[in-house]
Design a binder for this molecule. Sequence first.
Ligand code: FAD
Length: 352
Amino acid sequence: MTRQTHDTQLVVIGGGQAGLATGFYLRRSGLVPGKDFVILDAADRPGGAWAQMWPTLRTFSPTQYSSLPGWMMPPWTGDGGYPLAAHVVDYLTRYEQRYELDVRRSTAVTAVSRGDRQRLIVHTDGGDWSAERVISATGTWSRPFIPASAGTFAGRQLHTAGYRQASEFTGQRVLIVGGGNSAAQILAEVSTVAETTWVTLRPPRFLPDDVDGRALFEIATRRQRARELGEPDPGVAGLGDIVMVHSVREARDRDVLHARRPFVRLVEHGVRWRDGTESPYDAIIWCTGFRPALGHLSPLGLRSPDGLIPTHGTQAIKEPRLHLIGYGDWTGPASATLVGAARTARDLVTTL
Ligand code: FAD
């Protein structure tokens, strides 16, 4: 049986916030969703990575600084000041409906290759798409990163991506690895029920209590401009710096926000430190980040040795019919955040 190939002008791969923001601007430029462009998404429900995150996760920025173009995220009226992940999922779900963005769900893109007539072919598990241009917005959630460690550990190990709730660790000794917001928020709640140790590469950097994600987005933008102009890095804070959301402030009040430098190896029931001493643990939670999900682009042969695809703005240098959005600062300032994705999508669509 021959595989069905659909023709369209543009395929967006990924229906998370980056794909939706792009869809908004494509629509505004006069393209018709479902006819001139489609958004393909492997997941069976809206929300992108936000739909997979642990339910007590708080955004690190208030709603007015977490919005996609056109329609602001509704204010968070619950407790704690910052919205929970479910609020973002609800917003993205309604955003998609509001702008009638045609997201084809449960459609995993397995590969993108070069076709004839100057077109790119997007291969999916349910047929192929032939397009003039492809925009990849597949995020990082499906590629959790755990650094290699010497030795082996017999206890439970999980990554941020697999974390659900603190109660699973009640009464245990838990090692939490990582210096960013995920580690700080998970440490804050796990330390209420377990004995925790926090490991970071360097001393964690906490933002002042009254500074939130807003400042980080502005710093990311200034950094990007400085890079473009060849000027020195202007910022001291980065998107990894810890925002003092309520649970983290409360953990500070309990005096649990102490981090020590990394262990030298895993041992059967714990870890060995630099001074030769060992500590026992029941579980290790690796809050050590993610890598871009770019496997579907492998047939195009565009990756450099660092695993990324060199771009000019969002456009792949060696394949101008391909754009990338989300993933990190390399595709636009703070492009892997809500507000950054919005700005990057605007710039991307103006270059098409
Ligand atoms: P995703 O949301 O991951 O969406 C990608 C989509 O692509 C998914 O729906 C997926 O199903 C689909 N997909 C993937 N591969 C394929 C494929 N091969 N074929 C078809 N579809 C595919 N940002 C903020 O602005 N504020 C915050 O407070 C904040 N907190 C964060 C906390 C944590 C713990 C994490 C991990 C991130 C946080 N971020 C925050 C960053 C951020 O907004 C996200 O990582 C964001 O989800 C990235 O959006 P995206 O659209 O690029 O990717």
